[in-house]
Ligand binder design. Structure first.
Ligand code: HXC
Length: 523
């Protein structure tokens, strides 16, 4: 053992030697293993994300304890995770970043203590937590202790939920607790080809079930971004993942007691007059709802979440007159914007996040209803479709809705209708609000009359007349406007100014919910 340093200068030299060993030398060794795999080290990743020079590391001298200490030689400093705090575009964040080169980034006792400490600090300071995950899950050598710390971390994630934003970045072959705990956070980002999320890897799957499956098929970024919906964003590389996280943070408040950040108001990407021509004359033709958003949001910018999952509904963050808004919009380009199970769950989760963090909701409806059929019914479209109704009903942030075209059946009710508590409801003159579309309704209501017309060879003429009558008397937005279900029918090109006014009017909105322990939403 080296002699103990005596004087102050010696002690400072000793500190520098220890720090070099724990940080820079450890990082060099990690780089030698990570770089050939196209991955950065735990500290390089933090540096890629945060403001230059802002990272303050906490716990770099932490060492693994335990009976096997002697047998394994000096245990690595930090115990497989780098923790600390920093700023991102000047905003305070707490971070942890797994070091896959130390025990596979797995969760052990000291690792767990460090992560819990930084989580607790984020809760006390009221700032977002960003976890960079590259880990094999529970550390096999530490048995129940590692499971205990995962459970503790899960409890912290649940406690922090709705209090501070929690963001997970998946940057390696993550398994077990390294995916369960991100699943408890608000946003999960994956990197194409280098990151994977699975409860157990392919080897374990093969030995337990006999199934042979590739790691990419089991938990690749594409699968999780488009099929399971576990990933909110699939990045092209690690730098892109951090760019997305930085962009996301610009819309979010640091905690639930603070208003979202404000920016100077900016012009839209395209002129408002474009909106007067966006809805096609034929109700059967689609259009891109993104065109609408481009003419409404500041700079036409929408940071989409879950863009490849349930593309029939768009969810994302934008700004209106400099204020953060959460946008939920049916996408007529994809299955006519119908709501299915995935769309309901995607949007419900987004609505609840916005509500928890004081971000007003902007809804654009063009929806033929809920997707019917055996597959959806058997997978639980009733229970899972109810989540979106629940989320809108529960939300107390300002809620503003624009019906651009169809708002049929359950689709009308769920997409931010007045009846679910929306504050301002607007409709375009192209809006069709009814139980169902004119064609379907006429076939159902006038079956006998149409059969008789068919016998007389005039079915098409009679049907066209009935459809026109139905449209004029039932689906026109003025029926809803007469009853106050929409506050006004507006020229599409005036949408942005009406939304900006509505948002300003609702700035100080307060709505109390009855006291309760928590809700019992249909999960
Ligand atoms: C200890 C681990 C480890 C683990 C990996 N390593 N996972 N060490 N505990 N859980 C180590 C390996 O031994 C190896 O060490 C190094 O990390 C790299 O691992 P490889 O297997 O060589 O890497 P790769 O081929 O990329 O595969 C990565 C992997 C695979 C898919 C993550 O390692 C794997 O399947 N690991 C086990 C996953 C798992 O089942 N974990 C437990 C889940 S249960 P050397 O020294 O050779 O470099 C759980 C419960 C949580 O997490 C409960 C939450 C509530």
């Amino acid at each position: 053992m080296a002699d103990e340093p005596r004087g102050t200068a010696e002690r400072i030299d000793d500190l520098e030697r220890r720090r070099a060993e724990a940080v820079s030398e450890a990082d060099e060794a990690a780089a030698a293993k990570q770089h050939p795999r196209g991955k950065h080290t735990a500290r390089e990743r933090i540096r890629l994300l945060v403001d230059e020079g802002s990272f303050v590391e906490v716990g770099e001298f932490a060492l693994r304890r335990g009976a096997s200490f002697g047998a394994e030689g000096t245990p690595p400093h930090g115990d497989g995770v780098v923790t600390g705090y920093a700023t991102v575009d000047g905003r305070r964040v707490c971070l942890f970043s797994h070091d896959f080169t130390t025990f596979g980034g797995s969760m052990g006792e000291v690792f767990g203590e460090k992560v819990l400490r930084i989580m607790d600090m984020a809760m006390k300071a009221g700032c977002p937590v960003i976890g960079i995950n590259d880990s094999g899950g529970a550390r096999i050598q530490e048995g129940v202790v590692s499971l205990a710390y995962y459970a503790e971390l899960s409890r912290r994630n649940s406690k922090a939920s709705g209090v501070v934003p929690q963001i997970s970045v998946i940057m390696g072959p993550c398994a077990g607790g390294a995916v369960y705990t991100p699943a408890l956070t608000d946003f999960t980002v994956m990197v194409d080809r280098t990151s994977r999320m699975f409860v157990t890897g392919p080897d374990v799957v093969r030995s337990v079930t006999g199934e042979s499956v590739s790691a990419e098929e089991l938990g690749g970024a594409e699968v999780n971004g488009s099929v399971s919906g576990n990933a909110h964003y699939v990045a092209s590389d690690e730098a892109d993942a951090f760019d997305w996280v930085r962009a996301l943070l610009t819309f979010l408040p640091p905690n639930n007691l603070t208003a979202p950040p404000e920016c100077p108001a900016a012009e839209t990407a395209v002129p408002a007059t474009d909106l007067d021509a966006v809805v096609p004359d034929s109700p059967n033709r689609s259009y891109d709802m993104r065109r609408v958003l481009a003419a409404v949001l500041d700079e036409g910018e929408l940071l989409e979440v879950h863009s490849a999952f349930a593309p029939n509904i768009l969810c994302g963050f934008g700004r209106l007159g400099g204020h953060s808004v959460g946008v939920v919009a049916n996408q007529p380009l994809w299955q006519s914007g119908i709501i299915d199970i995935d769309a309901s769950e995607k949007a419900a989760r987004f609505v609840r996040f916005c509500d928890a963090f004081n971000i007003p909701l902007l809804t654009f409806a063009d929806v033929p209803g809920y997707l019917p059929g055996r597959e959806q019914e058997q997978r639980g479209v009733i229970r899972r479709g109810a989540k979106l109704i629940y989320a809108y009903s529960e939300a107390t942030v300002p809620k503003i809705t624009v019906v651009t075209r169809k708002a049929y059946g359950g689709g009308y009710a769920v997409m931010g209708s007045k009846h679910l508590g929306a504050d301002v409801n607007l409709a375009w003159p192209t809006a069709e609000i009814a139980v169902m579309g004119a064609e379907g309704a006429v076939e159902l209501l006038h079956r006998d009359e149409l059969s008789e017309a068919a016998a007389n060879g005039v079915r098409d003429t009679v049907r066209a007349k009935l459809v026109a009558e139905y449209r004029a008397t039932m689906t026109t937005p003025y029926v809803a406007a007469e009853r106050g279900y929409v506050d006004s029918v507006i020229r599409p090109s005036r949408t942005r100014e009406r939304l900006v006014e509505a948002l300003r009017m609702l700035e100080a909105k307060r709505e109390e919910s009855p006291p309760k322990k928590h809700s019992t939403m249909p999960l």
